[in-house]
Design a protein around this ligand. Sequence first.
Ligand code: C2E
Ligand code: MG
Ligand code: MG
Length: 545
Amino acid sequence: MQIEDSFLPILIIRNGQIKSCNDMFSTLIGLTCLEIINIEINDLLHLDNNKNMINLDSLFDHSSPNEEGIFASGELVDCNFYHLKIELYCKKIADNEFKLCFKVIQNKAIDPISGLPNGWAMSARASHFFNTTNSTTPKMRLLVLSVDNFATINFRYGFDAGDNYLSVLGKKLQSILSESGLVVRLANARFGILIENKCRLSSVELNAYIINICEQLCNLSRGSLILNNGIKVNKSFSIGISAEHTEYDSYFSMEIAAETAMRESERQSNSQYCFAKAEMKPDLMTNKLIIDEFPNAIEKSLIKIHYQPQYEFENNKLVGFEALSRWMHKDLGYISPDVFIRIAEDIGLHFEFDLWVFTQVSHQIVQWREQHVYSPKIAINISFKTLEMTDFVVRLQSIIEHSGCPTNLLEIEVTETASISNMITLIDNVRAVKELGINIAIDDFGTGYSSLSLVRTLRSSLDTLKIDRSLVADICSSPLDREFARKVIGLGEVLEVKVLAEGVETLAQRDLLQELGCDYAQGYYFDKALTVKAAEKLIIKQRND
Ligand code: C2E
Ligand code: MG
Ligand code: MG
């Protein structure tokens, strides 16, 4: 039968079997009309009220030709095995023959800026391959391509040009890949390319094929892309490639591996590609678990705050605590804050997490005071990335107002990290925090990150410099480290700030630091980070001594 031309995808069913379809339907499903004929309707279509099986005959039995059609809603499996939300209009056109017209009511799998499919489509397609037959032939590889310093296009030419660049680049990538891979826009200027091993190449052949594609992509980056308005843009790419799919147990671990390799290539130099190492798997799986469970751990307070005491050298008096987060995971065991803080930063949860810790500590101080337990000031670690957020101070103020915590009992510890993108906001924020009456400490001073220039910039707001424990470790055995510590303590005097030594583990270290003129210390020689109960006992004991 002749299928009328239509803007909607259409399928013709006869005797419960697919008989034909229009081009729209064939494009949506990614199969030719001939291929579609051999497909079971239940593999393609899932109706809402009849999730398991669709018996079209019984469903539409009661309607007769020329009668009003019947509506239903459900999901249609598209060319990437993504389940599109659809409305279905079904009309009987002859005995045992129906016309099904589909209206896509929600398609989250398309990126509106580039017009390409997005991560939903990629995840659906790759997950389908993971879930179907486990052959020894390598099935697929994932490439993640990131445009280096993409934001400069927005800054120089405006956001329209940025959007146009993404769309032009997307089309170029599709033309390079032609039929051999799915190209999606994952996020920002990050594209994913899923290469399917359609020719059933061996591992070596598939590798050679991928290297060829990567070379073409690098060549593309060496030329210019021309935007709608004639502007020529020249950008380098960083490309990461997953290991063989059998190294991963899911699409997500494969994507993390390709992204990690992409970051490695970003570090190396412009327009490079890096292959993921297969042995990264255990780490990746742990990271994936942590990413999945971190929000839940905050929400359900599975992360506990412990308090490491800080003492004054001169009189051994307790002068403060540092709040340190502790996460004991039911399967993974103890997860170091170094690990989950980095992940929180990667997934953009650092802001909420730091504010959560700040809230917990503020309330703890107030709760203790209500019980007549008067704690000294408590320091909270704040990620540099959090300090770059424009509404940081407003959120801090609201927490303080809500908890009623005296600000002089709070301190924030800042550590410089490798990437600072918003230095002006950061400096303004530190000054505003200081104006609230909160103390400011520079953490890990003397390591590669906490630099002299940061201290110089923030000097008028600073209260404490914390000497990193790596400098304290060999202070008794290495004259160089001793001199270094002496100089840092001297710098504290110049800046008129107190100096606290971290990681003090022995009496000899303690005595030497005191001799060098250091003000405060913290470390295992005194105490590890204590639970709330233990910290409370210590405060009470110190008061009574
Ligand atoms: P940090 O702020 O420099 O914290 C001091 C770290 O040194 C803590 O490790 C502490 O347990 C450890 N430490 C203390 N005394 C000694 C000692 O005598 N010897 C040795 N070897 N280590 C000692 P921890 O708790 O594993 O924290 C690691 C880092 O994670 C912290 O370094 C801090 O940067 C970050 N962090 C911890 N909790 C939080 C938090 O709630 N928020 C944020 N943003 N970062 C946190
Ligand atoms: Mg700290
Ligand atoms: Mg530190």
